[in-house]
Design a protein around this ligand. Structure first.
Ligand SMILES: C[S@@+](CC[C@H](N)C(=O)[O-])C[C@H]1O[C@@H](n2cnc3c(N)ncnc32)[C@H](O)[C@@H]1O
Length: 503
């Protein structure tokens, strides 16, 4: 089965679908309960066709009996051609011609096929290019839908109230639409005019009126505007050339992300956040933490860097050549070679992936940079934990040493404490202690026996001063010898979300 894409003329037509007409199209979908919630209840998991989507055969089976809802699903989720009669019944009360002239479908005397995918997600309808176009070979201006990186940034995105939010590189608009729920106004930009046409139509399909759209590269389309929140899932994949605008920046290595990070502060209100998903190269002999810290120092922002994944150079080349490109072994072999050679020539041993969250702060203690590593297969929203890191730094910066000692430190709920024991021939001896966060940032901390003992006493009952006095007595040492190290360690653990000094 091969798909056609929306050509130049049709993309103009998509963008010219007016608000009222878009709402009539949306009404057809909603009238048939074509929502993520209803489809999940009736059909189980509903993913679009494409490399990631495994449920195509099941959904084909489940939609085999003709019905207007099944026809919409076959057309716009699965990319299957349907009969003209079935399309007529599904599209009513709008005539098939109206769907053709809007640029949604192609029709002949017998059959109708979709030019776009329309995916129900979180109460929204999202129109995008069919994902299988990538497998078949498509133009550089392909508009991606919900990718793994979209889902990951959604989990990290701060959802506090914002007066003005920028989604830089909006694609089909998904992050902008989610931000529109907690923003007075959202500006969505993209380098790719085709993406903006789709995003504009998506805003209309979803009846969203607090969005503005602007075309251009990086921050250029927003001039000197400032925002409370900036989110960006830019084309961050490290690799040679520029095959696809959604994936390849065309800049050397992580140059685009470095540019965005260093320019973001000019576009942030005081206290405003910038969140960027990114990749960076782990170059032989170079410390990646120093690489990213170098971008962040002197920006006038506090920053949390979260490393979430790492792949070897070869794994990364495979991802580029196989996961996000055409399904043709010969082409893939060439793409793999180019990607692997590109990394090898630059001494890149592996590629790191994660998020940077920056907050503009020009008053008070010096700006800080916190770099954390976390590994998880499971994606769950963790933006509250991201915000807590900033709040904790603020709260601790306001406390003197005496005030810290007078507080009653309390471990965060949900932590897991693990003890590793070694068998010495006659008994098990505890040799390793680890605290783990099963949720949130999902960080881990290895502790020695003394730190383990101290941490376990932080139950919110005693003041830190009392805890340390008891420890000093037990260890038969002078209290003052253990105060500085213990306080520094506990502050660090608080900044990492393991405990708080709120009481
Ligand atoms: C990985 S996609 C992300 C799309 C969407 N925000 C999401 O998360 O699914 C990157 C987007 O950035 C756009 N883009 C690429 N280069 C850009 C640039 N220099 N300035 C602004 N946008 C750019 C692409 O057209 C694409 O829509």
């Amino acid at each position: 089965m091969s798909s056609s894409r929306v050509g130049e003329a049709a993309i103009e037509r998509l963008a010219s679908v007016a608000e009222q007409q878009a709402s009539r199209f949306a009404q057809v979908f909603r009238g048939l309960d074509y929502t993520d919630k209803a489809l999940a209840e009736r059909f189980g998991g509903v993913e679009m066709r494409g490399r990631g989507g495994r449920n195509m055969p099941r959904l084909l089976y489940q939609t085999r009996q003709p019905s207007p809802l099944h026809t919409l699903m076959r057309l716009f989720l699965l990319g299957v051609t349907v009969s003209l009669d079935d399309a007529r019944a599904a599209f009513a009360p709008l005539p098939v011609d109206e769907w053709v002239s809007a640029g949604f479908v192609n029709a002949d005397a017998h059959a109708v096929s979709a030019l776009v995918r329309i995916y129900p997600f979180d109460g929204l309808l999202l129109l995008m290019d069919p994902p299988e176009l990538l497998e078949q070979g498509t133009g550089p201006d392909f508009v991606s839908g919900l990718t793994n990186s979209t889902a990951a940034l959604m989990c990290c995105s701060i959802r506090t109230q914002s007066r003005a939010t920028l989604d830089l590189g909006t694609g089909c608009g998904i992050l902008a639409f989610l931000a529109a729920r907690h923003s007075e106004r959202v500006v969505a930009t993209d380098l790719n005019p085709r993406a903006l046409c789709m995003a504009l139509l998506n805003a209309r399909l979803n009846g969203l009126s607090n969005l503005e759209f602007a075309q251009g590269s990086g921050f250029e389309p927003v001039g000197d505007q400032k925002f409370d929140l900036i989110v960006t899932n830019p084309p961050f994949i490290l690799g040679p050339g520029k095959r696809y605008t959604f994936r390849d920046s065309g800049m050397e290595l992580d140059g685009l992300c470095r540019t965005l990070v260093t320019q973001a502060p000019e576009h942030l209100e005081e206290g405003g956040f910038f969140q960027c998903e990114l990749e960076w190269p782990n170059v032989r002999g170079e410390d990646w933490k120093e690489r990213l810290s170098g971008w962040l120092r002197g920006t006038g922002c506090d920053a949390l860097v979260l490393s979430t994944a790492i792949s070897t150079g070869l794994e990364h080349a495979e991802e580029m050549a196989v996961d996000t490109d055409v399904c043709d072994p010969e082409v893939q072999a060439g793409l793999f070679r180019d990607a692997a050679d590109y990394l090898e020539a630059r001494g890149i041993e592996s590629v790191g992936q994660g998020f940077i969250t920056m907050r503009k702060r020009s008053q008070g203690v010096p700006n800080w940079i916190q770099i954390e590593e976390t590994r998880t297969e499971k994606l769950e929203p963790f933006s509250d934990a991201v915000l807590r890191v900033f709040e904790t730094h603020d709260a601790l910066a306001a406390l003197s040493l005496e005030e810290v000692l007078a507080r009653r430190p309390r471990l965060s709920p949900g932590l897991v404490y693990e003890t590793g024991r070694e068998w010495n021939g006659t008994a098990w001896t505890p040799v390793a202690f680890r605290l783990r966060q099963p949720k949130g940032l999902r960080l881990q901390a290895s502790l020695d026996a003394n730190m383990g003992g101290l941490i376990q006493r932080c139950d919110g009952g005693a003041t830190l001063s009392q805890i340390l006095s008891a420890m000093a007595t037990g260890l038969k040492v002078d209290l003052q010898t253990i105060v500085p190290g213990s306080v520094a360690m506990l502050r660090g653990m608080a900044e990492r979300g393991f405990l708080n000094f709120n009481q």
